[in-house]
Design a protein around this ligand. Structure first.
Ligand SMILES: Nc1ncnc2c1ncn2[C@@H]1O[C@H](COP(=O)(O)OP(=O)(O)OP(=O)(O)O)[C@@H](O)[C@H]1O
Ligand SMILES: [Mg+2]
Length: 477
């Protein structure tokens, strides 16, 4: 999962936790407020009711007393369960549910002080009973007892809370949608510098070049990018020092090596047979062989560092590829005879000119044919074919070099063009080399704007095919 999504999920989870806590807090505070408000409202009603009763009883007008009391009860019919107005002059009883009036009749009594009682009635109703004496100028005139339903308060507050919860959930859904858009933007903003850094690293791995990253922020990631760029500078510096060192040392080694090789040849080709004993000749041949191998290795190292530094000079002109191939086949013919191998060459009649540097093409074919000889046994068949092919409407000459030697297994096939890569394992006794030949071939083909690929069946043989452009236009493309 990408960093951007991880940030987005983290933000969203935090937001949901905050919203949930906020909603729960709002709803519980609101519920408490509603209950308190309801109770205050009920107490206010009771005190008005009490005053009204006092005045009505004082008036001694029975009709007015009934009217006023009934209209007061009508105002709060929804939560009044019973009312008793008990006085020497008049007694009034009211029951909201007449079916259960027997249950509450016992509550009718004279009270001499204000009482607030909560109790569970015999019919299962939660009752809050408020009672007070009716006093007029210090004279006791009776009592007012009112039973309110507590269940009504809970029912009503639950209803209010449900409505509030519905409104909150609409607001929450809308704000979550907006938040997701904002979160996506923020997550992208936070993760972008890391993505840029990662892309630079991918480019470095892909191209093998030293590429600096763009610094687009000034936080910790920005500092990391800065350090990364400093590190790239240092690596580049060390690498170019190493390249200079390798190419200078290689250059210096070539001169004494060619002197050793020259003197070996001189001594070996000397006509005076008495000059050297058989033992000395054998020793000289070993020196000559080792010198040539070392020279080949140094040449490869120099080629690689030149290609890397972009200083590999190629002179691309129109060359007759048939001639170049035949020259190389003639060069390898004696080796084929010595090693008892068949060397077959077939060039199609339409193959003529290619745009290339002749010496470099020779180097490519020499490397591939060299490998074909190196990795085959006595009696093997090595073929070099050339034909014209069309790729993206451009004409190319495709040269294939195949052998029926030891082959390359699938796991190694994509690594053989890497520098210094040699297959170590396997039942075949593989000849020594530097592992640089194919990487140079790969770069040379690339310089010529061609392509190279290898196909192989382990134990059966390999084919290396590379292309060269026929016309100059394919090169500029
Ligand atoms: N025709 C082939 N058949 C089987 N294996 C091959 C063939 N060509 C190349 N390889 C494998 O690929 C590896 C890399 O080849 P490359 O030419 O780069 O190196 P090398 O031949 O070992 O050494 P160098 O060419 O530098 O002297 C070889 O070591 C070998 O294991
Ligand atoms: Mg090789």
């Amino acid at each position: 999962m990408s960093l951007r999504y991880k940030f987005a999920i983290a933000f969203l989870c935090s937001l949901l936790v905050v919203i949930t806590f906020a909603t729960i807090s709002i709803l519980s505070v609101q519920k408490q407020n509603s209950v308190v408000q309801f109770q205050e409202n009920r107490n206010a009603f009771f005190s008005v009711f009490l005053d009204t009763c006092k005045i009505s009883i004082k008036s001694h007008d029975e009709e007015q007393v009934n009217l006023i009391i009934n209209s007061m009860i009508d105002m709060r019919k929804y939560d009044i369960v019973y009312v008793f107005l008990v006085s020497g002059y008049k007694e009034v009883s009211f029951f909201s549910d007449t079916a259960n009036n027997d249950v509450f009749l016992a509550r009718s009594r004279f009270v001499f002080e204000v009482q607030e009682t909560n109790y569970l009635s015999a019919v299962g109703t939660n009752i809050y009973e408020h009672s007070a004496p009716l006093m007029w100028q210090d004279k006791y005139m009776g009592s007012l007892i009112v039973g309110f339903s507590q269940d009504y308060i809970h029912k009503q507050t639950d209803k209010d809370i449900l409505m509030l919860a519905k409104s909150i959930s609409v607001i929450v859904v809308v704000s979550i949608i907006f938040s997701i858009l904002c979160i996506d933007f923020i997550a992208n903003w936070i993760s972008e510098p890391i993505t840029v850094l990662m892309k630079t690293l991918d480019k470095i791995i892909e191209s093998g070049k030293y590429i600096k990253t763009k610094i687009i922020c000034h936080d910790e990631v920005g500092k990391l990018a800065n350090t990364f760029n400093v590190m790239i500078d240092k690596l580049q510096e060390i690498d170019s020092l190493k390249d200079d060192f390798v190419s200078n040392v290689s250059h210096e080694l070539r001169t004494p090596l060619s002197a050793i090789d020259g003197y070996c040849n001189l001594l070996l080709e000397s006509n005076d047979s008495k000059l050297l004993t058989a033992q000395q000749k054998k020793g000289l041949n070993i020196i000559k062989d080792a010198t040539q191998r070392l020279t080949g290795f140094i040449n490869n190292i120099l080629d690689i560092s030149k290609i890397k530094a972009g200083k590999f000079d190629v002179e691309i002109v129109s060359i007759k590829i048939e001639e170049t191939i035949k020259e190389l086949v003639d060069f390898f013919r004696p080796l084929a005879t010595i090693q008892k191998k068949k060397l077959i060459c077939k060039i199609d009649s339409d193959v003529s000119f290619v745009q290339a540097d002749k010496e470099k093409i020779k180097q490519i074919i020499q490397n591939l044919l060299g490998n074909a000889f190196k990795f085959t046994d006595v009696g093997a068949e090595i073929k070099i074919f050339a034909k014209t092919i069309v790729v993206d409407k451009n004409n190319y000459v495709e040269i294939s070099i195949s052998d029926n030697g030891i082959g390359i297994d699938k796991n190694n096939l994509n690594k053989i063009f890497d520098k210094f890569y040699q297959i170590k394992e396997g039942k075949f006794n593989r000849p020594k080399g530097t592992g640089l030949g194919l990487s140079i071939v790969y770069e040379l083909v690339k310089i010529h704007k061609g392509t190279i690929k290898a196909e192989s069946i382990f134990g059966k043989g390999s084919v290396f095919k590379f292309t060269l452009p026929v016309s100059a236009t394919s090169i500029t493309n």
